[in-house]
Write a protein that binds this ligand. Structure first.
Ligand code: SF4
Length: 263
């Protein structure tokens, strides 16, 4: 994994814990408006309940991933000027952060696609899109606020779908429609080379499932049980997706991800 896209909370001003709103749900035990610091955020910008997030009902924090946008906005875009000491910057900083997070997420996926030897035929298009996206992150906050993010996301997405189909050796016609697997018992099933794109798989039982080369982009794996499952070569699987799922020491995970501490 390119370390630029790995979140480094020590270098961030706790932006996700301030800029983003949350509401009482299975993911959060309390409400908070965007732009308001979470009550658990310390003055050093770190979360003081970091090791008990799941236990205290902050599952949304466990499954959130900034892809390195937090430290990028804090240290590069705003040159280390934090919102506590520079309140005049806060509104802009909190608005530009989620947009930069989207750009970093796209870069993370493009970077992963560029590491796949199977999609060599797309390398130059992927590299161009990667470079174009990097250029967008280098724009000023004012310019980023004016970006047509939807249109850029669509271009990136088309390329990622193509890369995924080549990698999984599936043609567009063969691609099966996504189903919802909330709470489904899929234990031991063979899903090798399938697409779980954007699929809701909350609390699904995927124990012992063959998930090799599965495309997981945008799949909701909260509390899905991946114990003994084989995720070798899984595509577009993020650390936050793994963190939000259950698993054990026998779950085979891609080498660029870390085994969650609670497994
Ligand atoms: S609970 Fe911790 S990680 Fe979650 S928003 Fe609050 S400070 Fe951030």
């Amino acid at each position: 994994m390119n370390l630029a896209f790995k979140s480094d909370c020590e270098q961030c001003f706790g932006l996700c814990c301030v800029a983003l709103p949350y509401a009482i749900s299975a993911d959060f035990p309390i409400n908070k408006d965007g732009g308001v610091p979470c009550r658990h955020l310390s003055t050093d910008h770190l979360c003081h309940i970091h090791h008990e997030l799941k236990h205290k009902g902050f599952n949304g924090c466990v499954s959130y991933e900034c892809f390195g946008a937090g430290q990028y906005v804090s240290q590069k875009m705003y040159d280390g000027q934090d919102w506590r000491n520079n309140p005049e910057l806060s509104k802009e900083m909190f608005t530009v952060f989620p947009l930069t997070q989207q750009l970093h997420e796209m870069l993370w996926y493009l970077d992963q696609a560029l590491c796949l030897k199977e999609v060599e035929s797309l390398y130059s298009e992927l590299q161009n899109m990667y470079d174009e996206t990097v250029e967008l992150t280098r724009k000023s906050p004012e310019e980023i606020l004016q970006l047509d993010m939807q249109s850029h996301r669509s271009k990136v997405n088309r390329l990622l779908v193509e890369a995924s189909q080549i990698y999984r050796k599936i043609s567009r016609k063969q691609e099966k429609k996504s189903l919802e697997y909330i709470g489904a018992n899929l234990s031991g099933r063979d899903f090798k080379g399938s697409s779980f794109r954007g699929m809701l798989m909350i609390s699904a039982n995927l124990c012992h499932a063959d998930l090799r080369k599965v495309d997981f982009i945008g799949a909701d794996l909260r509390d899905a049980d991946l114990s003994h499952a084989n995720l070798d070569g899984a595509l577009f699987l993020t650390q936050s997706q793994l963190n939000s799922a259950k698993g054990n020491v026998h779950t085979k995970i891609p080498e660029f991800l870390e085994r969650p501490k609670h497994w």
